[in-house]
Ligand binder design. Structure first.
Ligand code: G6P
Length: 608
């Protein structure tokens, strides 16, 4: 998705802008550009399609240096990837970059065309550039023109603006798309993600919805949507110490898969007592009000949605609370029946996913008991807007395909299940058992990672495949869904997951010697039923690849079975995720795809 970086200093800021864009590359984009205020008080704009490296190449032939500038990586929404559509967009001595979608761009475009403005792109962003220019002609004040334009925009935006008539001032605004201000020593920066700015600062002011701001080297003024001056406190960024390079690993995804024992240990730090969970970490009054919860609604997208589906099995079987799980893009647009005392849980790695955030805002008026965000980014919009928060501590996840963020979400959800049990005074043995199972996870995951060589060999079988089926039962059905999603995301093999019992109701027709069937078969109460389903596949010549526990592997000759450690049933969904991640990673290597940046996908989907 699109990325924004901006800076104002008393030195050349172009290297800061470029490094910021490089740090946002993982989010997915198709073109990039910068606009720098030169010493001659003129905006110099350079844009290029393709990677940031191509923009750097363009800057070698057309160097842009200056003490203030804005930069952008674009992920096409309005208008195809092309230099003319790349940001920044300019009009009458100003330049802007924009994330989000302006919904009323057509009406504004015809009005501005009638006024004589010429459009050079198909973007909604160029409309905003001309709109600010039109207001500036009337008011002669950049701040007034910016405000007047913002009031006319419908939709979502994070915007940054520079104007040749004010070469020492940077403007920005946010509504529906994230934007942070970085605080330096007599320097200010802005970005759509703090990760872009960790090169220069770890201190940030987080803009709230509807805020706009004016930045100089040593000054920062912020106004809310009613143009009232507001204070947004400086906050220290938590993950500043974490490394963002690949280290010894070939890809971020592999590094992140191998970071899971540490990520899980970090997520559990400070959350567990001897035989109980420390519920006070959830936030003010959560501990007492958790006992009032009678229903749970979970809303999320993509991989985070799969984490929610696993949690439903835990919450309903252990706590006995009805739990409904839904993708945010559906939830936000339908009539939702909210029984009394319902807790809404949103799950998101980034905390900025447009649909999940909109679902949380929609839920505010639906009579929920409280809202809880499970999230990996402490300063994200989702965390700031929910009543309670449960942070995962996976560290920055750069690979587009989510791995350590998912398993740490599962850990947080099992912790929450345990907290719900504990505050009800129910089943202390189960509480103690969950706590001990959670504690064992980093070690168990470490063991599972040693299976990589065997999984590498299995992956070769997918070299000429175009389809695959994934099967699981109970809480391992959503794990099969997550396995199928990983495979399609990074290897482009069409993969579908089925609850194994559904196989004979349709998908069995697809099974032949060309169809790999991957099954998740831990030793649980459903194993015998699953074995019968697998026999149905074997009888039709399907290529079975089974992830099972050690005792099954010893149960006769099973050449295509990979054995995993025997663990408490409650944590096996977390454990069985690991081999599926490794499988999709190695299949992607065999297929030669761009593992960390798969085609068409974005890490953080901040538009609908
Ligand atoms: C995108 C990413 C997925 C992620 C989903 C939800 O589709 O590519 O990896 O699961 O967004 O993101 P979130 O940040 O809300 O977990």
């Amino acid at each position: 998705m699109c990325g924004i970086v901006g800076a104002i200093a008393q030195r050349n800021i172009t290297p800061i802008l470029l490094e910021g864009l490089r740090r946002l590359e993982y989010r997915g984009y198709d073109s990039a550009g910068v606009a720098v205020m030169t010493a001659a008080r003129q905006i110099q704009r350079v844009r290029a399609t393709g990677k940031v490296a191509e923009l750097e190449e363009a800057l070698r032939t057309d160097p842009a240096t200056g003490a203030m500038g804005i930069a952008h990586t674009r992920w096409a929404t309005h208008g195809k990837p092309a230099e003319r559509n790349a940001h920044p967009h300019v009009s009458d001595g100003l330049a802007i970059v924009h994330n989000g979608i302006i919904e009323n761009h057509s009406a504004l475009r015809s009005r501005l065309s009638d006024m004589g403005y010429m459009f050079t792109s198909e973007t909604d962003t160029e409309v905003v550039a001309h709109l600010i220019a039109a207001h500036y002609r009337q008011s002669g004040s950049v701040l007034t023109a910016f405000r007047a334009a913002l009031k006319e925009l419908h939709g979502a935006y994070a915007l940054a603006l520079v104007h040749e008539d004010e070469p020492d001032t940077l403007y920005c605004a946010r509504m529906g798309s994230p934007l942070v201000i970085g605080v330096g020593c007599e320097e200010h920066y802005l970005a759509s993600d703090p990760l872009a700015l960790l090169q220069v600062t770890d201190r940030f002011r987080y803009l709230e919805e509807g805020d706009h701001a004016q930045l100089t080297c040593d000054g920062c003024s912020i106004w809310d949507a009613r143009d009232q001056i507001v204070e947004r406190p400086v906050q220290q960024y938590e993950h500043a110490a974490l490394s963002m390079d690949k280290g010894e690993y070939r890809h971020y995804m592999l590094k992140e898969i191998f970071e899971q024992p540490q990520a899980i240990a970090d997520t559990l730090t400070g959350t567990l007592g001897d035989n109980h969970v420390l519920t006070a970490i959830l936030g003010p009054d959560a501990e007492s009000r958790l006992a009032d919860v009678r229903h749970i609604h979970i809303v999320a997208c993509g991989t985070s949605f799969h984490a929610g589906l696993v949690a439903r099995y835990w919450i309903e079987s252990q706590v006995g609370l009805p739990c409904q799980v839904e993708v945010a893009s559906e939830y936000r647009y339908r009539t939702v029946v909210v029984p009394d005392n319902t807790l809404l849980i949103t799950i998101s790695q980034s905390g900025e996913t447009a649909d999940t955030l909109a679902a949380l805002r929609f839920a505010r008026n639906e009579g929920y008991l409280a809202t809880l965000a499970i999230c990996n980014v402490a300063g994200s919009s989702l965390v700031r807007e929910a009543d309670w928060r449960l942070l995962t501590h996976a560290g920055p996840e750069i690979g587009v395909a989510s791995t350590k963020a998912f398993t740490t979400q599962l850990v947080a959800l099992l912790w929450l299940t345990t907290a719900l049990l504990q505050v009800r005074g129910k089943a202390p043995e189960q509480v103690a058992r969950n706590v001990s199972a959670l504690r064992s996870l980093p070690g168990v995951i470490g063991e599972a990672l040693t299976l990589e060589p065997a999984i590498t060999r299995l992956a070769e079988r997918f070299a000429n495949k175009h389809h695959a089926l994934f099967l699981g039962r109970g809480p391992h059905y959503p794990i099969a869904m997550e396995g199928a999603l990983k495979l399609k995301e990074i290897s482009y093999i069409h993969a579908e997951a089925y609850a194994a019992g559904e196989l004979k109701h349709g998908p069995l027709a697809l099974v032949d010697e060309d169809m790999p069937v991957v099954s998740v078969a831990p030793s649980d109460s459903l194993l015998e039923k699953l074995k019968s389903n697998l026999e149905e596949v074997r009888a039709r010549g399907g290529q079975l690849i089974t992830f099972a526990c050690e005792s099954i592997k010893q149960d006769g000759d099973q050449p295509d079975t990979i054995a995993l450690p025997q663990v408490d049933e409650v944590i096996s969904p977390v454990l069985y995720t690991i081999p599926l991640q490794l499988l999709s990673y190695h299949v992607a290597l065999v297929k030669g795809t761009d593992v960390d940046k798969p085609r068409n996908l974005a890490k953080s989907v901040t538009v609908e």
